[in-house]
Design a protein. Structure first.
Length: 326
């Protein structure tokens, strides 16, 4: 019951970053529990090579259960994980952030009559069991979630778990034949849209330049795109400007958008309302530019610049380009 099973999503010969984070987190927790971290992968066996599956050992997994079936769809994974857990007695199922993880986790919870916690930002061991920590009340407080069920399902928030490599280890690969339920095979993957309309996946970007209503108009994003290009990053936006039609929804950050954790988050003209804060507070370094010295964003920024962003951003872009030699 001390072993943890992690779902690892893969696409085009690589594992999803949030899945790798979940494997690393599962390995850390399993070690504290005195158990092992295992992973389950579902897809075309030709694409799920022994080498690819075994590479999860580099993040701490000791065994990978490989199931041949439809990849990228929730219900077949529910069938596969229920089978693996039933055969091996895992005490917990762990998922990285993302819509597919939420869907699979919910389905697995119903299938196993398990306890579940979503939007988890941290997990700890207490009394030989796992306790999930979930922000509540617009992230103003944290709730501790304990499990009473035989299996506990833990679904992380996007970027909550660091994809930390554990060395050069390789995981044992075991093929599992799963008989999928008829309803599990009714859905088919027609088109895969990894970026959901964006040229760059802001969830994976190390540098983000985000704009808010302080830009004044949609054209203000042109200056942010220039700065992001100079820094080698991507552009993001608040809900207010997305609702106004100034920028694409795929770039929205916040409670109703995406959660990000870049190394640098530069906020231009963003007040820092709690709805936006919950989507970017995990950033390693936060720099804010705002003409209002009392803007809430300065309360949690590492560096704040009070001034006119329309003058500061172009100058900053010039300075970055000059530093990089044009």
């Amino acid at each position: 019951m001390s072993s943890i099973l992690v779902y690892a999503l893969h696409y085009d010969g690589a594992f999803n970053k949030n899945s790798l984070g979940a494997v690393a987190e599962g390995a850390r927790l399993a070690a504290e529990l005195g158990g092992e971290c295992h992973a389950v992968v579902v897809g075309d066996k030709a694409g799920l090579t022994d080498e690819l599956c075994a590479s999860l050992g580099g993040y701490g997994a000791t065994k990978v259960f490989r199931v041949e079936g439809p990849e990228g769809l929730a219900q077949p994974v529910v069938d596969a994980m229920a089978r693996v857990i039933g055969d091996n007695g895992h005490g917990y199922a762990l998922f990285g952030g993302g819509l597919l993880g939420f869907e699979i986790g919910a389905g697995l919870t119903a299938r196993l009559d398990a306890g579940v916690c979503m939007e988890v930002t941290n997990v700890r061991v207490e009394g030989g069991k796992l306790v999930a920590e979930r922000p509540i009340l617009q992230d103003s407080s944290v709730s501790d979630v304990h499990y009473r069920s035989g299996v506990g399902v833990i679904i992380g928030r996007l970027n909550a778990f660091e994809a930390k490599e554990a060395g050069d280890g390789t995981a044992a690969v075991e093929d599992v034949a799963v008989e999928f339920a008829p309803h599990s095979l009714k859905a088919q993957m027609v088109t895969r849209g990894e970026q959901r309309g964006a040229d760059v996946n802001i969830e994976d970007a190390d540098i983000l330049v985000a704009g808010g209503r302080g830009l004044g108009k949609a054209e203000g994003f042109e200056a942010l795109e220039d700065l992001a290009g100079a820094l080698g990053g991507a552009v993001a936006a608040t809900r207010a400007v997305v609702d106004a039609g100034w920028y694409s929804y795929s770039a929205q950050i916040g409670q109703t958008g995406k959660t990000v954790a870049p190394k640098l988050y530069l906020a231009a003209g963003i007040s820092g309302a709690i709805q936006h804060k919950v989507g970017m507070q995990g950033s390693e370094n936060i720099v804010a530019i705002n003409k209002d010295a009392n803007a809430p964003i300065f309360e949690f920024s590492d560096l704040g610049v009070v001034g006119d962003l329309n003058k500061i951003v172009p100058k900053l872009t010039e300075a970055v380009k000059a530093r990089k030699g044009g």
